[in-house]
Design a protein around this ligand. Structure first.
Ligand code: PLP
Length: 280
């Protein structure tokens, strides 16, 4: 298969990563996962803006501009003939003798791959179980860093408890899922954590907020307490690969069950319509 290495589309076997790449030593890098529907890169602009934003926050220098990256990602998708799936793209701070102190002058190293995959239908239709637990991550969750140990530990924990996602809270305020954002519905109003340093501002999250308002559903961006989750009418998670996935049951720090309600179904339909229109 073909992959992206800096400004080249090349075969995967040609890519060699230095053992002192800062991504390898420190998890010093950023990434994006971009969906492909019907051979179109969906919400590419939003993903590239966030990529630039993460790079700026960590002072990692892009080796070329956003337009060049956009062109290369299209080339990568075409080289692998992807109809439906994802592109994964990441940038590390590059290679330097191992030291905590980073320099600002060198360019980042970009790698990327694409993968054909069908986002599974079953969880979107039947819903999932989630494990609610304490948020053990750092305080810059707004940066889409490849340093994901808090997230991976919580995901493993959730799966070990027969749940498909872990949902995290800080002192009783729900932040997000291990690889998703979370929304609840109460009295036909949508609630989700505000975009702050405590969550990743998901591209799907932002689209769902936009679609809700278009459907005259009120959206309130404020932290959801554990009690609010317990008393919610509906709950769902959002992400690039999980789209809008209903929550049927929570265990851990909240025990609750939910029906897949009207608002969730309306938003799912609205999301599918939006994809169809934008990926014709
Ligand atoms: N929050 C976290 C921690 C994530 O890892 C992700 C995506 O993987 C999301 C939220 C959802 O973001 P997006 O909708 O941009 O995929």
């Amino acid at each position: 298969s073909y992959v992206l290495l800096n400004d080249q589309i090349t075969e995967r076997k040609n890519v060699k990563i230095d053992m002192e790449d800062r991504g390898y030593n420190f998890g010093d890098g950023i990434y994006e996962v971009i969906p492909i529907y019907n051979s179109k890169l969906f919400t590419l602009d939003e993903h590239l803006d966030r990529f630039e934003d993460s790079a700026r926050k960590l002072e990692i220098k892009l080796p070329y501009d956003k337009n060049e990256l956009e062109k290369l990602l299209h080339q990568l998708k075409n080289a692998n003939k992807i109809d439906n799936g994802i592109i994964y793209v990441q940038m590390t701070r590059g290679v330097s003798p191992r030291s905590h102190l980073y320099e600002r002058d060198s360019n980042g190293i970009i790698t990327g791959f694409s993968r054909e995959m069908k986002f599974p239908e079953k969880p979107k239709q039947k819903g999932i179980h989630v494990f609610v637990t304490e948020d053990i991550r750092w305080l810059r969750c707004d940066i889409k860093t490849i340093n994901l140990l808090g997230n991976t530990m919580i995901k493993r924990n959730a799966f070990d408890k027969q749940c498909q996602e872990g949902v995290m809270h800080r002192n009783g305020n729900i932040t997000e899922g291990s690889s998703s954002n979370i929304f609840i519905v109460k009295n036909r109003t949508l609630y989700t954590h505000p975009a702050s340093n405590l969550i990743l501002n998901g591209i799907t999250r932002q689209l769902v907020i936009q679609l809700a308002r278009k459907n005259n559903i009120q959206v309130i961006e404020e932290a959801i307490s554990l009690q609010q989750l317990k008393g919610a009418d509906e709950a769902f998670i959002t992400s690039t690969t999980q789209e809008i996935t209903p929550i049927r049951k929570t265990i851990g720090d909240v025990d609750a069950t939910f029906q897949i309600g009207e608002i969730t179904k309306t938003l799912q339909q609205s999301f599918n319509k939006y994809v169809e229109i934008h990926c014709k």
